[in-house]
Design a protein around this ligand. Sequence first.
Ligand code: ZN
Length: 134
Amino acid sequence: MIHSIDHIGIAVSDLEKAKELYRLLFGVESFHEEVVESQGVSVASFELNGIRIELTAPTNETSPISGFIEKRGEGIHHIAYRTDSLEQDLERLDSAGLKLINHAPQPGAHNMMIAFVHPKSTGGVLMELCAEKK
Ligand code: ZN
């Protein structure tokens, strides 16, 4: 079951600049930082009352974040929803005819398994489903 918002992913081109901005905006003192090679991203995240904000920068030119920034500029990239049944959700959405970007869970940041649903199927918002690694 999909039960809560896990995080909001924000595409940034320069992680250090973005961290400076969020320090200024929210007084964030420390970020959790991580590179997710398989997704081509480097992430700096912090929490606001239980909701994580993930500043996500591309690590190379073929990163999906590079493509996104090229097309649409920096900004909200995706909303991630927490589920406790990732495989079943993917099956359910797939059989309902939604366009999945990942048909199987992939490793994500924060030791989570993740999968993306295409914005063409979700009203224009890239949707990530994430679940704790079993
Ligand atoms: Zn995410």
